[in-house]
Structures are given as structure tokens and as C-alpha cells.
Design a protein around this ligand. Structure first.
Ligand code: UD1
Ligand code: MG
Length: 482
């Protein structure tokens, strides 16, 4: 039986408990981070599994933890989960033994793996939907190369009678391409009986949960292996190679969602959607772009190559040129940003404003129609409308201890290379002469500048070659009273 996309989408009449196995160390990761916390698209793998479990609205979710326990628990401390310690990792069957006593006999039990992160809610609903008091439903998948996985063994009539682990399989069994995903659903009463009877007499000296398949078949239960609709959603992650290939699969899926929502993605293999992205009509996204957190892009927004956007919104018709980095900012309509713009948290760029190359904004509002086009730092600043901020302008907002604000009023013109030492206010229509260091507020409608007078020294003599002793004498002199 396979799980058709339009198959039954109901939950069983029996109450549902979900067990997530997450105690494994993940030796093959060679990492200090517990396996289930290894990030996929920036979020721990276990988080995906918990979300899929929560979507089924079960009576309870039990997470079996062990290796790196406190770190794993801490990562999900705000969630309504029941944590069950498996002090020693003696196998998947042993892990289920730790939880079994906590589950009421009349529940159905769905078992998920913390290292199978892309499992979809719809697939789980179908797996659980056909469960009865006399069935054991497991999810299998046909793989061109099933190595590493347990193999699903069927008799001549096609009924599943056992699962054999890779390390225990003979040559004929290894040739079977139907792999066990590990995900299964069984009635609690029978599950408890089966896991209590497990033995560790096998190649890995572990208590294999998969041995309960044979027990169920012997008990006359209907053992159904449902085929997963796609391999991607049941791929287990045991090492960094598998993690990278799942990352790649996930990347394609997420890019596909954006394309189906109407975005033009120049290369779906080079777009990383790590959060929730909403796009308007005719958005164009160039290569090597990363989206994190919640990102909202209005109609006709264009994102240049190599941009990184986190928790930001960009209104219609704005162009983000290549290699710009936005974190927690709000950008209006018809703006032009970058290339190489850096917009830091708390910044707002209002309609028709321009932020050019090597310009950094931190906690700054750039008013409508204003421009800061080259090599500038604006921090804790409110810039009014139609202001021109010249190249190399710096707001000196930090005195080493405190942060101070700067205000630049409408239509002001800041000459290039100016230092605005905050707190300071530049009045409406004020003009600041290039190269000024402004320490006091500058009057509206006037030119303010601080500038050393330019001089020319006509009889200036170019330097002459010094002897070694002259050099030594001069250096010695320079070290007196520094
Ligand atoms: C398991 C299955 C195998 C299946 C594969 C699918 C068994 C015996 N084998 O093998 O048939 O094809 O998954 O990915 O079940 N865990 C614990 N406690 C333990 C051991 C493991 O909680 O003592 C957890 C791990 O954290 C992991 C999951 O159980 O989330 C699976 O363990 P893993 O060691 O990866 O099993 P596989 O060798 O992949
Ligand atoms: Mg595994």
C-alpha cells in the first residue's frame, strides 16, 4: 500500500501519544553538538520533528533524551514536552522501553526520530489514520541505495514479517531496496508487551525497536508498511554528508515554494530560505541570497546576488543591489540600496531613499528621498526628508561609554568627510562644509564649517638623505616626553 497524496487524512479514534527518539549521540557526526541539535537551514533538526508532532495535536509528546541531555532540553524549554531520560543509549528499543510505562494502554503510539527532520504532517496523518488496535503501521521507502538502513522483509504474499538491520543482514537481505524509515504507529498495550520482550543478541548488541515488527507479525497483527511519498521526507541524518544532502533537498523545496508563490528565482540551488518569506508579485531573486527569520518582500522587489536578509521587510519597487546585508530593518517603496550596504537592527529607510556602497545604518531612520550614497556611518540618527549625506560622513555616536543621538533635519546637505559628534542637531536646509567636525548644533538655512585655513609654503625644502648618526639622534629626540 502506498500513501497517496489524496489518501485518508484522519486521525484514529484512539488517543494519540507521540514518542520522539532523540537520545543518540550521533558518533558519526564527530561533533560536540548532540546530533538532534545539528542545524538544518539554521534550526535544530529536532525542532522540525517536534513541529510535525505538534501539528497532529496529540495527548502528549515524549522526547527521549540522553546524550547532551541538558543542552537538548534547554533548546526546547518553552515547549510542552515530556522529557524522558535514557541514561545509557542501548538502542532504539531500549529508548522506547523508557517511555512505555508512562503511556496509557488504550493510546496509539506514534514513534518519530529526532534525526528524520523533514517528515511532513500529511504523511504522518496518513500513517496514523489507518491505525487500529490490531495493526502495526510502519513507514518504509524504496531507495536506490538502502545501505545503512534496516530492510523491510516481505513473504511471498507480500506481507511484512520482519525488519533486518544492515549489520545483521545476509547478502540476499541487503539486496532489498525497501528501507525502514523507523517511523511507526502501534497500540500502546501491545507495544509495551513487545518492547519488554526485546533482546540485544545481535550484531550491535543493542535493543532494536525494529525487532517488534517480527513479534507483531507472530502475534497475528496486521503489519502494514506504507511507502513514503518522497524519499526526502524520511531521510535519516547520521553524518555531515547526509546533513548536507538534506540541506540541499530542503533548499530546493523552499525555493520551489517561493517560485510557486510567483518569485523569479534565478537559481533555486543557490537560494537559502531559512525562515518564513512572503513575496509580492514579480519579485526577482538573484543567486546566493540567504533569508532568515521573517522576511516580507513587496511587489517587484529585486534582490541582488549575495544579499543576506534577516527579519526585514522591503516595500514595492525597491532594488537591493548585490552583497547587501539587512538585519531587522524596514525599507520603504522605490528605494535603492547597495551594493555593499549594511543595515543594522532598528533602521528604517523611507520611500525613495538611497543607501549606497559601504554605507552602514544602525538604529537610524533615513527619511523619504534622502541619500547616503558612499562610505558613511549613521548610528542612532534620525535623518529628515531630501537630505544629502555626503561621502565619508560619520556620526560619532559613541564616546567610549555612552551612545548619543544625531538629528539631521529636512533638506540639509552634509558635505563629504564630515564628522558629526553626537549629540548634535543639524537644522533644516543647513549646509555643512566638507571636512568639518561638527560638535555643536548647526543652524538651519546657513553654512556651517570647521576647517583649517589652506596655506601654501612657497620656500618649502624637500627632505634630504640623513646619515645613520643623524637618524639615530633624531629618533632619540622623538622618544623624549611622549
Ligand atoms: C534506525 C533503524 C533502522 C532504520 C533507520 C532509519 C533501529 C534498530 N534501526 O537505524 O531500521 O532504517 O533508523 O533512519 O531502530 N536513539 C535513541 N536511543 C538509542 C539509540 C537511538 O534515542 O539508544 C535515537 C537516535 O537519537 C535517533 C533514532 O533513535 O534519533 C535512530 O537512531 P540511529 O542510531 O540513528 O539508528 P539507525 O542506525 O539510523
Ligand atoms: Mg539514524
Amino acid at each position: 500500500m502506498s500513501i497517496a497524496e489524496d489518501g485518508p487524512n484522519k486521525l484514529p479514534n484512539m488517543s494519540l501519544s507521540i514518542i520522539i527518539l532523540a537520545a543518540g549521540q550521533g558518533k558519526r557526526m564527530h561533533s560536540d553538538l548532540p546530533k538532534v541539535l545539528q542545524p538544518l537551514a539554521g534550526k535544530p533538526m529536532l525542532g522540525y520533528v517536534i513541529a510535525a508532532a505538534q501539528a497532529l495535536v496529540p495527548e502528549a509528546i515524549y522526547v527521549v533524551y540522553g546524550h547532551g541531555g541538558d543542552v537538548v532540553k534547554a533548546a526546547f524549554s518553552s515547549m510542552p514536552l515530556t522529557w524522558v531520560l535514557q541514561a545509557e543509549q542501548l538502542g532504539t528499543g531500549h529508548a522506547v522501553q523508557q517511555v512505555a510505562p508512562l503511556i496509557p494502554d488504550e493510546h496509539q503510539v506514534l514513534i518519530l526520530y529526532g534525526d528524520v527532520p523533514l517528515i511532513r504532517e500529511a504523511t504522518l496523518r496518513r500513517l496514523v489514520g489507518s491505525a487500529t488496535e490490531q495493526t502495526l503501521n510502519l513507514l518504509s521507502v524504496d531507495l536506490p541505495d538502502a545501505s545503512g538502513y534496516g530492510r523491510v522483509l516481505r513473504d511471498k504474499a507480500g506481507s511484512v514479517y520482519r525488519i533486518v538491520e544492515q549489520k545483521d543482514a545476509n547478502r540476499k537481505e541487503l539486496a532489498v531496496s525497501e528501507a525502514n524509515t523507523g517511523l511507526m504507529v502501534a497500540p500502546a498495550r501491545a507495544l509495551k508487551r513487545w518492547v519488554a520482550g526485546l533482546s540485544s543478541a545481535n550484531a550491535q548488541h543493542e535493543y532494536y525497536l525494529t525487532d517488534i515488527i517480527g513479534m507483531a507479525a507472530k502475534d497475528g497483527f496486521k503489519v502494514e508498511a506504507l511507502k513514503a511519498p518522497t524519499a526526502t521526507e524520511v531521510l535519516g541524518v547520521n553524518d555531515k554528508v547526509q546533513l548536507a544532502s538534506l540541506e540541499a533537498e530542503n533548499r530546493l523545496m523552499r525555493a520551489r515554494e517561493l517560485m510557486l508563490a510567483g518569485a523569479t528565482v534565478l537559481d533555486p540551488t543557490r537560494l537559502d530560505v531559512r525562515g518564513a518569506v512572503t513575496v509580492g508579485r514579480d519579485v526577482v531573486i538573484d543567486v546566493n541570497v540567504v533569508f532568515e527569520g521573517t522576511v516580507v518582500l513587496g511587489d517587484r522587489v529585486r534582490i541582488g546576488a549575495g544579499c543576506v536578509l534577516k527579519d526585514s521587510s522591503i516595500a514595492s519597487d525597491t532594488v537591493l543591489n548585490p552583497y547587501s546585508v539587512l538585519d531587522s530593518v524596514e525599507v520603504g517603496m522605490h528605494c535603492i540600496l547597495g551594493p555593499f550596504a549594511r543595515l543594522r537592527p532598528g533602521s528604517r529607510v523611507l520611500n525613495n531613499a538611497h543607501v549606497g556602497n559601504f554605507v552602514e545604518l544602525k538604529n537610524t531612520t533615513l527619511g523619504a528621498g534622502s541619500k547616503a550614497n558612499h562610505l558613511t556611518y549613521l548610528g542612532d540618527t534620525v535623518v529628515g526628508e531630501r537630505v544629502n549625506v555626503g561621502a565619508g560622513t560619520i556620526t560619532c555616536n559613541y564616546d567610549g561609554v555612552n551612545k548619543w543621538p544625531t538629528e539631521i533635519h529636512d533638506d540639509a546637505f552634509i558635505g563629504s568627510g564630515s564628522m558629526l559628534v553626537a549629540p548634535v542637531t543639524i537644522g533644516k536646509n543647513a549646509v555643512i562644509g566638507a571636512g568639518s567636525t561638527i560638535t555643536k548644533s548647526a543652524a538651519a538655512h546657513a553654512l556651517t564649517l570647521t576647517r583649517a585655513k589652506q596655506q601654501t609654503i612657497a620656500d618649502w625644502k624637500p627632505p634630504v638623505k640623513a646619515s645613520e648618526s643623524e637618524k639615530a639622534e633624531r629618533i632619540k629626540g622623538s622618544r623624549k616626553n611622549p
